[in-house]
Write a protein that binds this ligand. Structure first.
Ligand code: NAD
Length: 394
């Protein structure tokens, strides 16, 4: 079939296998160019490995540290009539490149929140990869079924306590208008914490520890976003921010669990970037278009792979990590520089439908968004007949 992007709101329902491979390859090339990462882990489990920050974590581990990796993701395989999801093609491409270098790379395509997935991961570690020395927790999920009670929880992106009205860009119609979101109920806050908080991260570490598959000195990291004034009402101080606060609680608890192994748990604060999860957050497309504009002008723009390289070299595997007073690695330092935020805040009220492409880097946002689904990559013939049926053993 000829595969073209079909965008509906913040999702693209098609993905291009050759383009996704090019996207993975570009990240691998970036990491290889940087050279080997000193002290990098050798056996890495990445929970949420197929897109965005999790994929970049897996690539950094494998191609910056020569690590064996076991990945967990939740992706749609292809059929004769439909392309797979981008994460499926990304993972197939990652495994192909890793195997070509003789690295162990296996993936479970299943629900990371379930007990069955944890059990499968443990038996694969016991039979194949061995004890892990880094666990990356990078899930971006809209819902979670509690493995003990069977209850289904859905997360919401809503403010807390007060109604929030803000300028918003509709990325389909390119219209800018005020958007109002009513505050979340107590139940919605609780449900969001259940999905995106630290409980499942703790369950993973518990299960792995009980099964004796954690190596001496094992580290674990989970990702968060804090942001600043513009995004606080919908992120930092909103339902998702509450869930992310719960990661700090979980990190402390996990630290206790890992103490006997001389291991440790940290939350890492990463910068705002276009991913499948972030493009679903109200106001984020406009904020990101301004972040791109200002940071590209400053020469400080980074993508997922640049962030992950810094997390490994300036956070996880250095004697002098950049930590804040909550024991979190701060990789959002460039986005949150006061002068950078001041420029974004000054531009924010000036943006209109007419000057969108001038005052913001919405073009860069759109290119990155389509790039996530394998579109727009150099050297890929998008008019060519392409077989969606890429084989994979996950
Ligand atoms: P993403 O949408 O690009 O990737 C999410 C990953 O989770 C995919 O690999 C997907 O397959 C997997 N996944 C989702 N549900 C699953 C399930 N039930 N079982 C197994 N796998 C499942 O997301 P992202 O933007 O890379 O976000 C990853 C983490 O980084 C999140 O915790 C997010 O809050 C955090 N973060 C994101 C940003 C940003 O701007 N994108 C910034 C800072 C922190």
């Amino acid at each position: 079939m000829i595969i073209k992007p079909k965008v509906r709101g913040f999702i693209c329902t098609t993905a291009h296998p050759v383009g996704c491979e090019a996207h993975v390859k570009a990240q691998i090339d970036f990491i290889k160019d940087k050279g080997a990462i000193a002290g990098a882990p050798k056996n890495v489990l990445v929970i949420g490995c197929s897109n965005g920050y999790g994929l970049a974590s897996r690539i950094t581990s494998a191609f910056g540290g020569g690590a064996n990796t076991l990945g967990i993701c939740f992706e749609k395989p292809p059929t004769d009539k439909r392309t797979a999801s981008a994460g499926y093609y990304n993972t197939a491409a990652f495994e192909k490149f890793a195997h070509a270098e003789g690295l162990y790379a296996k993936t479970i395509n299943g629900d990371a929140f379930s007990d069955a997935c944890k059990e499968q991961a443990i038996s694969m570690l016991k039979e194949g990869m061995g004890k892990v020395d880094l666990i990356v927790y990078s899930l971006g999920a809209p819902r979670r079924q509690d493995p003990k009670t069977g209850e289904l929880y859905s997360s919401v992106l809503k403010p807390i306590n007060q109604t929030y009205t803000s300028k918003n860009l509709n990325t389909d119609t390119l219209t800018i208008s005020d958007m109002t979101i009513e505050p979340a109920s107590e139940e919605e806050i609780l449900h969001t914490v259940k999905v995106m908080g630290g409980e499942d991260w703790e369950l993973w570490i518990d299960a792995l520890k009980n099964a004796d598959v954690l190596a001496e000195g094992c580290k674990t990291v989970a990702y968060t976003y804090l942001g600043e004034k513009l995004t606080w009402p919908i992120y930092g101080h909103a339902t998702i921010g509450k869930a992310k606060e719960d990661l700090d609680r979980a990190a402390k608890a996990i630290n206790g669990q890992l103490a006997g192994l001389n291991g440790g748990a940290n939350v890492a604060v990463l910068k705002a970037l276009v991913t499948q999860s972030s493009s679903a957050i109200p106001i984020m497309p406009l904020y990101l278009s301004l972040v791109y504009k200002v940071m590209k002008e400053e020469g400080t723009h980074e993508g997922c792979i640049e962030q992950l390289y810094r997390l490994f070299t300036e956070g996880l595997y250095t004697a002098t990590p950049r930590l804040d007073d909550h024991n979190r690695f701060r990789m959002d330092n460039l986005e949150l520089r006061p002068e950078t935020q001041a420029k974004i805040e000054a531009l924010w009220p000036q943006v209109t439908e007419e000057n969108l492409y001038e005052l913001t880097d919405f073009k860069g946002y759109q290119d990155d968004f389509l790039g996530l689904f394998g579109f727009g990559w150099d050297g890929v013939d998008y008019d060519a007949e392409t077989d969606p049926m890429v084989e994979a053993d996950f």
